[in-house]
Design a protein around this ligand. Structure first.
Ligand code: GLC
Ligand code: MG
Length: 445
């Protein structure tokens, strides 16, 4: 396992407890710890626009030196299901089942140290025995019952009384538990030391022990189980505009004078972007908000920005969202080495300039259809003084079909430090297993 990780990243490794974290070798500039349902993911936006805006911002400006942590109430099964349904990025760390399960990296290696801590004063059997005496409680799906989490549904009107009584009974049985009410319907019972806030505190302590505490941390949430994220010291917090009543009430009673926690004006991921701006944690300008990259000269200080911009243009061109204008294609061609080759997943080869020509004739071929492109896991490694090897996943959603290529590209720096832009040299593509495109004639590059 460790060897494969080492090969995959080919980088210095950092030992966090028993688990190896490869990517971050110095303090993260920003660590975002975000809830998923109704925070990162807006279930009322079928186009997923704010999520896609966040993704572009993260991969262009933060992925290379910051940490993305997802913190969800979902079990691993429901979390993986959500990832299949929505255009979500791959986080560096995943906290699941309301802070009772922590995993690292793409491989989701579990933190066994956390499990040991949670075993203290916890007896699942006693919890199920006592809860069975409450007819008001309806057990949630089997997938959501976890080693350190027992979950029910309970009516809003009965929640407070049930929680009080249950807490007394479990105390009498010698257990030290935490009962959390979320979304006006979910009731979770966890060990006292568990929860999203405790999991975050545990991670922060680990980073501190490694001598790399994040420079800034931003917690993001919308419901009851997110409340404790906002009481961890030295953490900025954003409750998205659509936050649930129980969270707003908790805030009014416990944190209303804390200027480091805001209630955003914007919904979901747009609220997260708003908070990055509000607390001045770094750039809050998503490449998706820039209408014209030819007109708007941004400092391309890292290759991630170039990759995001390149595929954003590709999406807009095929959607017919830009003008069908020769200048755009010429400018794109100018950012490609004339001899650069693209190796397709089939093994076929074309020059990048040929690909640009194909792109030109596909202007607007996805107009009026559901068509989105995003990149994930952009990882840039310098090779030589003015060349980067950039590895990333390029996702394409066309109608109901979602496919993905793992791409490795050689990108050269023009001028000094990328301020004059980049040129694309060779590009190698491989299907991500399970996400091959059936008819690959419309996979342009
Ligand atoms: C997620 C989980 C559920 C939990 C809820 C609130 O929806 O699937 O089990 O009760 O979050 O924490
Ligand atoms: Mg939520």
């Amino acid at each position: 396992m460790l060897t494969s990780l080492k090969l995959r990243f080919g980088r210095l490794r950092i030992l966090i407890g028993t688990v190896v974290m490869d990517r971050i070798t110095k303090a993260a500039r920003l660590m975002i710890v975000s809830d998923l349902d109704h925070t990162m993911v807006d279930h009322h936006d079928p186009e997923n626009m704010s999520l896609l805006r966040f993704n572009a911002l993260w991969e262009a400006n933060y992925r290379h030196d910051s940490l993305l942590v997802f913190s969800t109430g979902r079990s691993p099964i429901l979390y993986k299901q959500l990832r299949k349904e929505k255009p979500m990025l791959t986080p560096d760390i995943t906290i699941m089942s309301v802070g009772t399960e922590i995993t690292y990296g793409d491989l989701m290696l579990p933190d066994d140290g956390w499990v040991e801590i949670l075993n203290q004063k916890w007896d699942r059997n006693v919890v199920t025995e006592e809860t069975s005496k409450f007819p008001e409680l309806t057990l949630q799906a089997e997938t959501e019952q976890r080693p350190h989490k027992v979950s029910f549904y309970v009516d809003k009107t009965k929640a407070q009384v049930v929680m009080k009584e249950l807490s007394d009974r479990l105390k009498k049985r010698g257990l030290d538990v935490k009962i959390i009410y979320s979304g006006g319907m979910d009731l979770d019972i966890l060990p006292q030391g568990a929860g999203k806030g405790q999991a975050l505190a545990y991670l922060l302590k680990k980073f501190k022990n490694e001598g790399i505490p994040p420079v800034n941390t931003l917690a993001c949430g919308d419901s009851g189980n997110d409340a404790e994220l906002f009481s961890i010291p030295d953490v900025y917090g954003v409750m998205v505009s659509n936050a649930q009543e129980e969270l707003l009430q908790w805030h009014a009673e416990n944190a209303k004078d804390n200027p480091n926690v805001i209630h955003a004006k914007e919904r979901c991921a747009a609220g997260i972007i708003e908070a990055i701006g509000h607390f001045k944690l770094g750039s809050n300008s998503s490449p998706r908000d820039i209408a014209d990259f030819v007109e708007c000269k941004v400092d391309h200080v890292n290759p991630g920005y170039e990759v995001v911009k390149f595929y954003l243009f590709y999406e807009r061109w095929r959607r017919g969202d830009t003008d069908n204008c020769e200048t755009y294609i010429s400018s794109l061609k100018a950012s490609c080495d004339p001899s650069a080759i693209v190796v397709f997943p089939s093994g076929a080869e074309k020059t990048l300039h040929e690909c640009m020509h194909t792109l030109k004739v596909h202007y607007g071929d996805q107009k009026g259809k559901q068509f989105r492109v995003w990149v994930d896991r952009v990882l840039s490694t310098p090779i030589g003084s003015s060349t980067w090897l950039v590895k990333f996943d390029k996702w394409e959603l066309a109608g109901d079909e979602r496919c993905c290529c793992v791409i490795t590209a050689k990108i050269n720096v023009k001028g000094s430090g990328g301020s004059d832009g980049y040129t694309w040299a060779n590009v190698q593509q491989k299907w991500l297993e399970g996400y091959e495109k059936k008819d690959d004639s419309t996979w342009l590059f």
